[in-house]
Design a protein around this ligand. Structure first.
Ligand code: SF4
Length: 404
């Protein structure tokens, strides 16, 4: 092993018997009999009901929720915290919709509207191509582009950068391409996969309740369509992430129902890799009635997500939206994935995020180490891992380490 190289290949699989680890843990003590019963069920390995999740979300104190979320995360991943080296490249900010929470979209004639050509797309990736393993690309619903444009982008990028995974297009973009190209969603996904798409990022779930969607993002895909597009992707062998935008006008019950819909699909397909909850950021948006989420609430949602989503392995602390401080704290409330190096980001920053963009691996891993985590670089599909360390970790879960 070279002394100058902090990377060590890490050969392991996620512990699929993780539920057994919960049974050996002591539940935190709570003074309310209803909460005691719920907490005891969780530590007995039972799946939480929607009703109990609402009670836990609203009535449990944050330190106790943090212990539960963190215990469940540790049962599954130990002290490991995952991140990747990625780059966000948005394909266009031109969008035919005007979701009220969105600070990113522009009309086609706007002065600052942009639409990346094939060569623009490659030029954006090129400077990072030696240091990233993933490009993350989402954008508006363009008024002219059909699937041909995306096939060309992905095919060219994959040809030029064969080692970079493409995580791209939200469910509503898939639906839009189906309409614009006059082909079924299944065909859109098959053609995109053939041209190089590896994973769907999961954005645009917002809250999976059609009454709420009609107010905050009228015209977007329905809740059932979001689920159906992800189901189709999973059936075609395209894994995806899933998301939740909270802190707009939803109630606790709406959040829990949202999680339940994702949990149900995951029971069917097993195709979700990671759940990414993030709060609404209000700058340059048109949703004054939004209630916004405090730091307390953000951390609560992270913990509840870990508790509810017992079948989705990874819960992301989305740095680009939360900022480094809360994102780091979220790693102690049930999150195990710290997003990536990102490089550039527009969507959250236009809405008010001040998350650091110029992190290198070392900056990210310092944050992970600061809460006692062991930083593990992952690829987009969570199938390859590398351990980042300066000194030998004192806890590797007894997993085999391949020295390089
Ligand atoms: S959230 Fe997406 S679909 Fe909605 S306006 Fe913004 S870019 Fe368009």
């Amino acid at each position: 092993m070279s002394n100058n190289n902090p990377w060590i290949n890490h050969n392991f699989t996620i512990d699929d018997k993780w539920e057994n680890n919960i049974l050996g843990m002591s539940p935190p003590i709570v003074n309310d009999p209803i909460l005691t019963n719920i907490v005891s069920n969780i530590y007995s390995g039972k799946r939480i009901s929607n009703e109990d999740a609402v009670i836990l979300h609203d009535m449990c104190d944050l330190p106790t929720l943090a212990i539960i979320g963190n215990d469940l995360k540790n049962a599954r991943h130990g002290s490991h915290v995952y991140y990747n080296r990625n780059l966000h490249v948005n394909t266009t900010n031109v969008c035919v919709l005007a979701c009220r929470f969105c600070a990113f979209r522009r009309g086609p004639k706007s002065n600052d509207a942009y639409s990346l050509s094939k060569s623009d797309y490659i030029e954006k990736i090129q400077p990072y191509s030696e240091i990233i393993t993933e490009v993350h690309s989402v954008g508006g619903l363009h008024n002219e582009w059909t699937i041909d444009h995306y096939e060309e982008l992905f095919r060219t990028a994959k040809h030029k950068f064969p080692n970079i995974s493409i995580k791209a297009l939200t469910a509503v973009e898939i639906k839009h391409l189906s309409t614009m190209s006059n082909i079924p969603v299944t065909e859109v996904l098959i053609r995109l996969k053939d041209s190089g798409l590896d994973v769907l990022p999961g954005g645009g779930a917002e809250i999976l309740d059609d009454d709420i969607r009609n107010i905050i993002c009228k015209g977007k895909e329905s809740s059932a369509e979001y689920i159906s597009i992800h189901r189709t992707a999973h059936e075609l062998g395209i894994p995806s992430n899933c998301t939740m935008l909270f802190g707009t006008i939803e109630t606790t019950k709406d959040r829990i129902n949202h999680l339940e819909k994702l949990r149900k699909l995951q029971d069917e397909t097993g195709g979700f890799q990671c759940f990414v909850p993030y709060p609404f950021l209000a700058d340059h948006t048109r949703l004054p009635e939004a209630e916004l989420a405090s730091a307390n609430e953000i951390l609560r949602v992270i913990a509840i997500s870990r508790i509810m989503l017992d079948n989705i392995p990874h819960i992301k602390s989305y740095r680009m939206n939360l900022g480094d401080d809360i994102a780091t704290l979220a790693l102690l409330h049930g999150a195990d994935d710290f997003d990536g190096t990102v490089g550039r980001e527009e969507i959250m920053h236009l809405a008010g995020s001040n998350a650091e963009l110029n992190h290198l691996d070392v900056n990210l891993t310092d944050l992970i180490i600061s809460i006692g985590g062991i930083p593990i670089e992952r690829n987009t599909m969570y199938s390859k891992f590398r351990l980042f360390r300066r000194d030998p970790p004192d806890d590797n879960m007894g997993l085999p380490i391949a020295y390089s």
